[in-house]
Design a protein around this ligand. Structure first.
Ligand SMILES: [Zn+2]
Length: 509
């Protein structure tokens, strides 16, 4: 007997639907195990309707497989039981286990062929709630909040969040508002650099009691001083997702003072040149994602402020202990290259057909048997309809009694009716197949759009899911995609080559 573990999950949404309960899933999996010679050595479950959510069962399962390498079979009801997002998919994929998707009657493992893997990857894409969360709920909610003048994040020092009518709003924090006010006032005098300003503020005891009350302000560095002085939040506005919004909160600083400080800042930065920020992943979506194509060191990011006051980000090889000759590249250029590549995941109309063909093959066997069954049903229906026609003729010719006619006709009619229902189910299955195919193409088409509309931290998250071991050399990104994107990308490219088309076609406007 092969050793296997089972994993069941129930989320609040589905809990309401029958047949999705944890006991129902377990029963199904146990029956499957029995019929297929599996010995269940451990069961893992996640009940997300329970208050103490966090999906510990999934984590325990991963740990268990890592510690028990001979147990390599996971039984789950269907794809969306196992994964909630791309990250889960990658985690499971790296374990090298074989997954038995009982309801889908499929198994995915190391020896699955590339087509099975491709199809599975697509299912994961569809099971995901990552894209939904990213583009729908989170972004929509935050955008709405921003448009109504409420900053969708933690306000800067001098403000605190307060529940007003059950919504959290930024209000002036009397306990620490003096810190930013004094900083603006001192800096506007022109007597201080950022460094001497931080010293002055500390000297005056303005930092006392700030931490841990305001957890992000443990120490006042040059960079954090710069961020404070540069933040339009203090004059009642805020920047979110690269856009400036009119805030609904009260300003702490007059516009006049703020503008004066901005002028001073750009003068100061002009002299000092490069401005190094501490590690802030939200600013640098490509950080830790790339290595140098020449020396293999990691690519790091820096932010600079131009004499005009405009900020920009560039990336460069750390060149640690090497004689690497690679030059810097701007974040904007990396972004452009990434966008271009992601747009390449878009499936041009010409290649849609060839992808559909590939999908068809995966379903051929299943559909083949379906078609036979369906044909049998159609044949039976035809027979019945002929029989009904004969009955009618016989009745017209008075060969049979009205009672006999009505009785037999009703029998046939009811059988035809039930056949119609069965036939329509098979038709539906075929329609679902086409819907399925269309969705895949939609998703591939959407990745570029999602990226284009993501803020830096969302970009970083998206890229973490998409990219593996990508390199940077001579200002060119050598992008390699994770599964299943690599397959989609290769397919699109291969089809294009065959058709003799540009490998990165722009979608029709
Ligand atoms: Zn290098």
């Amino acid at each position: 007997m092969k050793e296997a573990i089972i994993y069941v999950r129930v989320s609040s949404r589905e809990q309401k639907q029958e047949g999705y309960s944890i006991p129902a899933q377990k029963k199904l999996l146990k029956e499957y195990a029995k019929a297929n010679d599996f010995e269940i050595v451990k069961e893992f479950e996640d009940d997300e309707t329970a208050k103490s959510a966090g999906r510990t069962g999934f984590g325990q399962m991963i740990e268990y497989i890592e510690n028990n390498p001979k147990v390599k079979s996971i039984l789950v009801e269907k794809t969306d039981r196992l994964y909630r997002n791309f990250k889960d998919y990658v985690t499971i994929d790296e374990l090298g286990a074989t997954i038995f998707l009982v309801k889908e009657n499929e198994q995915i493992g190391q020896d699955a062929n590339s087509h099975q893997k491709f199809m599975h990857g697509i299912k994961v894409l569809m099971a995901k709630n990552y894209i939904d969360n990213l583009s729908e709920e989170v972004k929509k909610g935050q955008k709405e909040k921003a448009e109504n003048g409420f900053f969708p994040g933690t306000p800067p020092i001098g403000y605190k969040l307060e529940k007003i009518e059950r919504k959290s709003r930024a209000v002036i924090d009397e306990r620490n508002k003096n810190l930013p006010i004094k900083m603006f006032e001192y800096y506007a005098t022109g007597l201080y650099s950022l460094l001497t300003l931080t010293a002055k503020v500390k000297e005056e005891g303005l930092m006392t009691g700030i931490y841990p009350h305001h957890s992000k302000m443990k120490v006042l560095t040059k960079a954090s001083a710069h961020r404070i002085l540069h933040n339009p939040f203090y004059i009642g506005d805020f920047v979110w997702n690269k856009k400036r919004y009119k805030g609904a909160h009260k300003p702490l600083i007059s516009k006049e003072l703020w503008n004066k400080v901005q002028a001073m800042l750009s003068r100061y930065e002009n002299k000092s040149g490069a401005y190094k920020y501490r590690d802030n992943p939200t600013m640098f979506p490509f950080k830790r994602l790339l290595t140098c194509g020449e020396c293999g060191r990691s690519i790091t990011a820096e932010k600079k402020v131009k004499p005009s006051g405009k900020e920009y980000v560039y990336y460069k090889c750390t060149k640690f202990n090497t004689n690497c000759r690679q030059k810097n590249i701007s974040g904007k250029e990396l972004n452009r290259q990434m966008q271009e590549s992601l747009n390449g995941l878009r499936v041009p109309a010409e290649t849609q057909l060839s992808i559909s063909e590939g999908l068809k093959k995966a379903f051929e066997l299943k559909r083949g048997t379906e078609d036979v069954t369906r044909q049998n049903l159609e044949d039976r229906k035809k027979q019945l309809e002929e029989k009904m026609a004969i009955l009618y003729d016989d009745r017209l010719n008075k060969v049979i009694t009205p009672e006999f006619y009505q009785n037999k006709f009703a029998q046939c009619a009811s059988e035809v009716e039930s056949l119609d229902v069965k036939i329509s189910l098979y038709t539906k299955a075929n329609i679902n197949f086409y819907v399925f195919g269309t969705k895949i193409l939609e998703l591939a088409n959407n990745v570029g759009f999602l990226y284009e509309n993501a803020n830096p931290s969302e970009k970083q998250e998206l890229l973490n899911f998409l990219l593996s071991n990508s390199k940077l050399k001579d200002k060119k990104m050598l992008i390699s995609y994770k599964k299943p994107f690599d397959t989609i990308y290769q397919r699109v490219e291969r089809c294009d080559v065959r058709n003799g088309r540009d490998s990165n076609p722009r979608p029709p406007a």
